[in-house]
Design a binder for this molecule. Structure first.
Ligand SMILES: Cc1ncc(COP(=O)(O)O)c(C=O)c1O
Length: 413
């Protein structure tokens, strides 16, 4: 029997990115950081109203980029239509940007632990991965180390040194929740003009730490003398830390990416708007970068249902705001219980937190599953092995989680 043809060597040695996605229906799903209550009723209504004959025609995207811009509350005309790329979820944007920019032997610089899909995307391109650990004990962003890795070779290794091809920043980071001040993101982009700096802002709605308001004029990447943003100011890696120098206002109506054409921002409707199953995400950056990343996708990669849902979701920001407020209230409620019960935990940005059970994590994971609640084991992940990542939902859902957790771990018998 002839052997099947071999794939590229990078693919032959690749492990598929697999997530435990089956058998989740009917359970309280606190394992994928999804919206736990579903989308706005207006989204459901819009999907139901799609006439069947529309299933037969290829999707149309007219007006969707404008709707994305309107939802960002941008000064009209500030972000251009060509600066918005549409993708079949942010995962597809990530895959595409690696395909467009990552050549064999190129370096990916990122942090560890972080979102799991960056690594296989780098591997399938034959890239070399440099993952810098968060700083213990509180998983602070390793700003100086990232800056050093962007700026030059380790001493004595200067020959043939090239800056990393890609820097992937997840802000806030999944799964540690680590927040990075938007000024720090801009400083890293300014320090590495030959590196494509991608900031994955999937969970920014829960923190507000986005670079977009800075780029759009609430403050700009350039200082009045046209200098790069102050590294000193930006080393305030924690988002709560005030920069030493205030970022000056960008010129209204100017190209927001003029000063940082190497920065690409990723946003999605999966988590906050609650349409993860429909798949739609956005990449916002310099028109040339969005164009290159879009070149490696198919013409109809986003389906018509996702387009209809996206229009309805983008038009109902009030629904998203109310959901985010509910999650933040539920987070506070749960954290108070964790503190009172002396459960080791780590909470920062995002709609999730980490818990280190007193019993072995696998046993608690299983006991919760038997109680109808799914959480995500972080077994084998650097720095957080032995923890469980718990997605945050409504107060009622966190109440159910806490009752089950207390029963199986907080007071082990
Ligand atoms: C940090 C991060 N980026 C991207 C994604 C994928 O988002 P999407 O559903 O838009 O593909 C996820 C999903 O868990 C994520 O956590």
């Amino acid at each position: 029997m002839p052997a099947p043809p071999q794939a590229r060597p990078e693919v032959e040695s690749l492990q598929a990115y697999s997530a435990p996605l089956e058998g989740r229906r009917g359970l309280l799903r606190l394992d994928f950081n999804e919206n736990t209550v579903g989308p706005s009723p207006k989204v459901v209504e819009a999907i139901r109203a799609i006439p069947a004959d529309q299933y037969a025609i290829y999707p149309e995207y007219d007006g969707l980029r404008e709707a994305v811009l309107a939802s960002l509350a941008a000064t009209p005309g500030t972000i251009a239509i060509e600066q918005v790329g549409l993708f079949n979820g942010v995962d597809a944007a990530i895959h595409a940007l690696f395909q467009a920019y990552g050549a064999p032997g190129d370096r990916l610089l990122t942090t560890s632990p972080t979102f799991g899909y960056y690594t296989p995307c780098a591997r399938m391109q034959g890239m070399v991965i440099e993952a810098i650990p968060y700083r213990l004990p509180d998983f602070a962003f390793p700003f100086e180390e990232i800056l050093a890795a962007l700026s030059g070779p380790p001493s004595g290794a200067a020959e043939g040194w090239c800056p990393p091809r890609l820097l992937l920043l997840c802000n806030p980071n999944n799964p540690t929740g680590t927040r990075l001040a938007p000024e720090a993101v801009l400083a890293l982009a300014a320090a590495a003009p030959h590196t494509l700096v991608v900031v994955d802002e999937l969970y920014e709605a829960f923190t507000g730490d986005s670079v977009l308001p800075l780029l759009l004029g609430a403050g700009g990447p350039q200082d009045p003398e046209g200098q790069k943003p102050g590294i000193a100011a930006a080393t305030a890696a924690g988002a709560d830390a005030a920069p030493e120098t205030a970022a000056p206002a960008a010129t209204a109506g100017a190209d927001p990416f003029a000063a940082c054409p190497n920065l690409l921002v990723l946003r999605s409707l999966s988590k906050t708007a609650g349409i993860a199953g429909l798949r739609i995400g956005f990449a916002i950056g310099a028109a040339a970068v969005v164009d290159r990343v879009s070149r490696v996708t198919g013409p109809y990669d986003i389906n018509s249902f996702a387009v209809t849902a996206a229009f309805a979701a983008l038009a109902d920001q009030a629904y998203v705001d109310a959901y985010v407020a509910e999650v933040l209230a539920a987070r506070q409620w749960l954290v108070e219980r964790l503190v009172a019960a002396g459960v080791r935990h780590h909470v920062d940005g995002g709609n999730y937190l980490l818990i280190w059970p007193k019993r072995p994590a696998a046993e608690v994971d299983q006991a919760l599953r038997e109680a109808g609640i799914l959480v995500r084991s972080m077994a084998g992940k650097p720095l957080i092995d032995g923890s469980l990542r718990v997605s945050l939902g409504t107060l009622e859902q966190m109440g159910r989680f806490w009752a089950a957790y207390e029963a199986c771990d907080a007071n082990p018998g």
